[in-house]
Ligand binder design. Structure first.
Ligand code: 2P0
Length: 338
């Protein structure tokens, strides 16, 4: 019987968004994306795995509820990790035959557009890699679970290269800078809603890739230049430039959702109020805060530490029932966090 292996994985919040796939099965994106990996203090996924000869089936529990192990993505991740373990001759053939039980939980709303699948699959794949003693980097296997998960394998700021190869061998994540490069960087998560989204990212991306002309314009004429510019802004610690690109890219990603047919929406009235509030703040004080929204109504604000007290006061003033103090964090350190 194996020991129980438990792993914690961070979420990442993109500043250049991944939206649209060039290969649905291999989960290969249409464009490069860039994200910050957040410290695990306020948001993370935790996964325990165990293999035993007496287990009759592979089984999985998500946030305390037993779910089907038939999800092709979960099965694919397990299959690829086992293949890697067999190739690296890490464990015995007998051990590879045993069934596994997986228990995973997030300490933040699942499927509400808060990068839960990124942290979840990064965690699952890393836990399985530890169980089967796989030594090589597992970012590309995490990608098979959920595209954005491949970025959660590194700390600091990370780039996921779309790549051009048909087999996905060049669609990999690399670290841009360690978190220590810009230690003052903070992320403030504003939880606007925690209900499950109506259109999953996977479905939304598919509709956009098939119908949105704006998406085609975005991947050809906007993202390549923005990616280079934001990497330069991160390297030179140019916050106003970083913030402007981050906000424009989030807005464009949501404009693509609106340009899709049929259209779908993730932001709510409160999300729009946050956008207005941040622009008013930036008009008053210079560009000091960036908002970005994923496939949900919740905002992630990137800002520097010196700005935190003022921004938290502003949020409390604008949304008196909110509790922003408990949702501030820095970036996760270490080149490979898992
Ligand atoms: C991102 N999002 O770059 C973008 C921005 C949401 C908006 O990656 O189909 O759950 O599993 O690869 O990774 C969410 O999409 O989608 C996402 P799949 P995923 O973070």
């Amino acid at each position: 019987m194996s020991d129980i292996v438990t792993v914690v994985a961070p979420v990442n919040i993109a500043v250049i968004k991944y939206w649209g796939k060039r290969d649905e099965d291999l989960i290969l994106p249409l464009n490069d994306s860039v994200s910050g990996t957040l410290d695990t203090s306020i948001m993370c996924a935790k996964t325990s795995v165990c293999a035993r000869p007496e287990f009759e089936e592979d089984e999985i529990w998500l946030n305390g509820k037993k779910e089907s192990f038939s999800s092709p993505r979960v099965k694919n991740c397990l299959k690829e990790i086992k293949a890697r373990a067999a190739a690296e001759k890490c464990v015995s053939d007998e051990f590879l035959q045993w069934k596994v039980h997986v228990c995973s939980e997030n300490n933040f709303p699942t499927a509400a557009g808060l990068a839960s699948s990124a942290a979840g699959y990064a965690c699952l794949v890393t836990a399985l890699a530890k169980l089967y003693k796989v030594k090589s980097n597992v970012s590309s296997i995490a990608r098979l679970g959920s595209g954005s998960a491949c970025r959660s394998v590194y700390g600091g700021f990370v780039r996921w290269h779309a790549g051009t190869s048909a087999d996905g061998s060049d669609s990999i994540a690399t670290q841009i800078v360690e978190s220590t490069h810009w230690p003052e960087m903070r992320a403030l998560i504003l939880v606007v809603g925690d209900t499950k989204k109506k259109t999953s990212s996977t479905i939304g991306m598919k509709i956009s890739a098939q119908t949105s002309e704006l998406l085609q314009h975005r991947i050809k004429h906007c993202v390549p230049q923005r990616t280079e510019e934001i990497i330069e802004a991160i390297k030179s610690k140019d916050f106003p430039k970083f913030a402007e690109i981050t906000m424009k890219d989030s807005n464009q990603c949501h404009a693509v959702c609106l340009d899709s047919y049929p259209p779908f929406f993730y932001m709510t009235e409160v999300s729009h109020m946050i956008i207005e509030l941040i622009h008013k703040y930036n008009e008053l004080y210079g560009t000091k805060v960036a908002y970005t929204f994923d496939a949900g109504p919740n905002a992630c604000l990137y800002l520097l530490e010196s700005e935190v007290p003022k921004v938290i006061s502003l949020i409390k003033h604008a949304f008196p029932s909110s509790n922003p103090d408990s949702f501030i964090t820095g970036l996760k350190s270490d080149e490979e966090v898992l």
